[in-house]
Write a protein that binds this ligand. Structure first.
Ligand code: ATR
Length: 277
């Protein structure tokens, strides 16, 4: 039995077990994917001994993604650039850390809006961990201008200093007017998430060919995505990113590259609608 898990604190609301156990069943693998709640005090030791804790690999989520990178013997280029890891596996008895968030973000974008205008500036809202993965992915794709809006300017400036001069930091208050000429708008903040304040933004400045991407997936259709649809802009939801980021980890652990199917999407979407958190 090949055991894997997702480790976070708290972890109750994670949908990763639904996703990975769907694939384990679909591909008739002798495996099991569970949730592990591990507090700050013990996370380093827990990850260090992942194998003796019974796991061939794991996903790591908030608030332990930075620790996952620190614990590992080696890391892939994405984890190093983003400064955090969400996937752990073993190679030659060494613990390896990877980050698949940027991959999931970009794959879902390419699948949902194949000709999204990558030659225009991209607007990114937020400067937390999720924003780092999004900026890394956009730079990998060759987006040459990223306009970064964050409530706390200093955090946006710190990101710009790390990711280079393709990033223009703009005041949070200008997030609506600042969309003119952008080909992509990405919300990486938690605004619009169930239980949080809505994201206040006026999409009328976006060009008609622009794509609006919200990485929030509870609710599935956030007020931002609803506003994009009213303006007849293409919209991309956060659930697809979650599903696609799971693919490389599953392949590492179980040796099969799993498919993101509409059946899987519908199953997780149903779980989200049923619990609304
Ligand atoms: P994650 O790792 O999921 O990205 P995070 O690091 O806590 O989470 O980042 C949350 C982002 O949402 C931050 O950019 C935060 O802005 P600040 O840097 O100013 O804290 C943003 N955010 C959260 N609540 C917000 C609010 N009410 N208004 C504007 N931005 C908000």
């Amino acid at each position: 039995m090949k055991r894997t898990c997702v480790i976070g604190y708290p972890i109750e609301h994670s949908r990763s077990p639904l996703i990975h156990n769907y694939w384990i069943k679909k591909y008739s693998i002798a495996g099991e994917y569970t949730k592990k709640s591990v507090p700050h005090e013990t996370i380093f030791e827990y990850l260090k001994k992942l194998k003796s804790n019974g796991f061939i690999g794991a996903n790591v989520t908030i608030p332990h993604k930075r620790t996952a990178l620190q614990v590992a013997n080696e890391a892939d280029a994405a984890a190093v650039a983003i400064g955090a890891a969400n996937t752990l596996w073993y190679e030659r008895e060494q613990l390896i850390a990877g980050n698949t968030d940027g991959y999931g973000f970009l794959t879902h974008l390419d699948t949902s809006a194949p000709d999204w205008p990558a030659d225009r500036p991209a607007a990114v809202l937020g400067a937390g961990g999720a924003a780092q993965a999004v900026i890394y992915a956009l730079q990998q794709r060759g987006v040459s201008k990223i306009r970064l809006f964050n409530r706390t300017r200093a955090k946006a400036e710190a990101l710009a200093a790390r990711f280079g001069d393709q990033i223009d930091v703009a005041p949070w208050q200008t997030r609506s007017e600042g969309l003119q000429d952008c080909g992509l708008l990405v919300n990486t903040t938690a605004l619009g998430m169930a239980g949080n304040d809505p994201l206040e933004i006026d999409l009328s400045h976006l060009p008609q060919e622009a794509v609006v991407y919200d990485i929030v997936y509870v609710p599935l259709k956030t007020p931002l995505l609803a506003a994009a649809q009213v303006r007849q802009l293409r919209s991309v939801d956060g659930l697809g990113m979650l599903l696609h980021q799971a693919v490389p980890g599953f392949e590492r652990w179980y040796g099969i590259r799993p498919e993101v199917t509409s059946e899987l999407y519908a199953m997780v979407a149903q779980d989200i609608s049923a619990s609304s958190c």
